[in-house]
Design a protein around this ligand. Structure first.
Ligand SMILES: *Cc1c(COP(=O)(O)O)cnc(C)c1O
Length: 479
């Protein structure tokens, strides 16, 4: 008995690799089947009571066969996804993922590198992505970059970096010391920016929300006025946030004018490009982002328009030294060596907030290399063409009206005469429950509106038509 256990003691690896291989191939084939036939099954359905109950079990003390656990996955998880891999998904701002990204994620999990530090090739992949993004966005050689969960974190880091630039790295030890730092963004800015101000201890009220024009872009005159007022009142303006694609309307702030003003006022100029930064890949759209190359920092998401599987957020900075000033620390257990595993000079734990980190760079590198930027750019341009087609279809349809001008890949609309937005709300919910197309809901001018954001590379004109038909049908249906 004793001997048997010793012979069998191989940690958690399988006794029988052959059997594991068979299970592994079945799991992979099952997932590829799922992706290949995405259009043939409902986009979304609420998890069944049985499925929910499957996740209310006692602690699993005893082992179970991998195939049995996979069967649980097939029955209780796979049918109840978030819908964003389906061609009819048009809600919020979500990418659809790709089979290539999925395979790369599997390789990354097997490789299981901790990308927080130490000397290994994972950092070279991340540095490669940083150099590619530096070149794509026209940043200088001093640029730095780092993978994060998403643009919410990217925007948060930008606030911290801007704070260090304004008050000096001593702010990390001394705190704000009474400084009244104020930041500026359009009223259309994403909610994670005020939250970043909260998390940084600066307070949401210190973010001045500047009115936007009819197209959703920041009003430059109102911005200059507010900065002057704050200076007079003894505040220290330190950060200007431009949006490259607002979440409601796909509006792009006047980035070049913002860059000029930030330079004149000595502000850190950050761009939230979560939604729209990859418009830069599409020749027909790139000019909309003119001025983005002058940003001090730029946050964006590979998991949205670039279709890398969740999660893959990124922050690009104009000068990597600002990241060191904000995050690097001297801890004995992380001491560096000349050679060996503790060697290497670039440790992401010096340039961002995380220590243990997964290998997000790998699925991104696979995606960019395998598809190539030209194909990704054409796909991105295609989603905007679909959005334009949808807007034209709505304008020509007496039963529907635009709720805002179409911007980038976003169209907001309502059934004609839906004064309180009640029909828009109920139709959006009903469409999601039907599982053919899924727009989301937003508020414009204080009223609910149906919002379609074509981020998913699988969406086609057929899906756009299904959306229009679905809204018209449900609007006619008796309640
Ligand atoms: C999605 C989004 C964010 C937040 O990004 P996450 O990746 O979800 O953290 C910020 N700003 C805009 C404009 C977005 O669309």
């Amino acid at each position: 008995m004793q001997e048997e256990r010793q012979e069998g003691a191989r940690g958690l690896d399988p006794q029988d690799w052959g059997a594991l291989r068979e299970s592994a191939h079945r799991m992979l084939d099952g997932m590829l089947d799922h992706l290949e036939h995405r259009r043939d099954v409902p986009l979304w359905q609420a998890p069944s009571p049985e499925a929910r109950a499957a996740f209310d079990m006692a602690l699993p003390r005893a082992p179970a066969a991998l195939d049995a656990v996979h069967e649980d996955f097939r029955r209780h998880i796979l049918p109840y996804g978030a819908g964003n891999t389906h061609p009819g998904f048009m809600g919020w701002v979500q990418g659809g993922g790709t089979p290539v990204g999925m395979l790369a994620e599997m390789l990354a999990a097997g490789f299981n590198a901790n990308c927080g530090g130490r000397d290994h090739i994972g950092h070279e992949v991340e540095r490669q992505i940083t150099r590619w993004m530096r070149d794509l966005y026209g940043f200088p050689r001093t640029a730095g970059g780092i993978f994060l969960t998403g643009a919410s974190q990217g925007n948060f880091l930008a606030v911290l970096i801007a704070r260090s630039r304004a008050l000096g790295p001593e702010v990390r030890r001394e705190g704000l010391g009474g400084a009244r730092l104020t930041a500026y963004a359009s009223a259309e800015v994403h909610g994670c920016v005020p939250r970043a101000m909260e998390m940084a201890g600066l307070g949401r009220a210190a973010l001045r929300l500047i009115p936007a024009d009819a197209l959703g872009r920041m009003d430059m005159a109102a911005l200059a006025e507010r900065i002057a007022e704050d200076r007079t009142a003894g505040c220290t303006p330190f950060l200007l946030v431009g949006s490259a694609g607002t979440v409601n309307m796909g509006a792009v702030d006047p980035l070049a004018a913002l860059a000029d003003l930030a330079a004149a006022e000595g502000l850190h100029f950050h761009v939230d490009g979560a939604l729209g930064a990859f418009a830069r890949l599409a020749p027909g759209l790139a000019p909309l982002l003119d001025g983005i190359e002058r940003a001090d920092s730029l946050a964006f998401d590979f998991h949205k328009w670039a279709q890398v599987p969740y999660d893959a957020g990124f922050l690009l900075t104009r000068d990597e030294a600002w990241q060191y000033d904000t995050f690097a620390a001297d801890n004995a257990y992380l001491a560096r060596a000349e050679t060996g595993l503790a060697g290497g000079s670039w440790w992401p734990c010096d340039t961002g907030p995380d220590l243990s980190r997964g290998f997000r760079a790998l699925k991104t590198w696979f995606t960019l290399k395998t598809y190539g930027l030209d194909v990704l750019g054409a796909m991105i341009e295609g989603t905007c063409t679909l959005a334009r087609g949808l807007a034209e279809r709505i304008e020509a349809e007496p039963g529907l009206e635009l709720a805002a001008p179409q911007g980038l890949n976003i169209v907001c609309f309502r059934p004609t005469g839906d004064l309180d937005g009640a029909r828009s709300s109920s139709i959006t919910e009903e469409l999601q429950c039907e599982g053919r197309v899924a727009p989301s809901l937003t508020r414009l001018d204080g009223r609910p509106a149906i919002r379609a954001c074509i981020t998913n590379h699988r969406t086609t004109a057929e899906d756009i038509e299904a959306l229009v038909e679905g809204v018209l049908r449900l609007d006619r249906a008796p309640d």
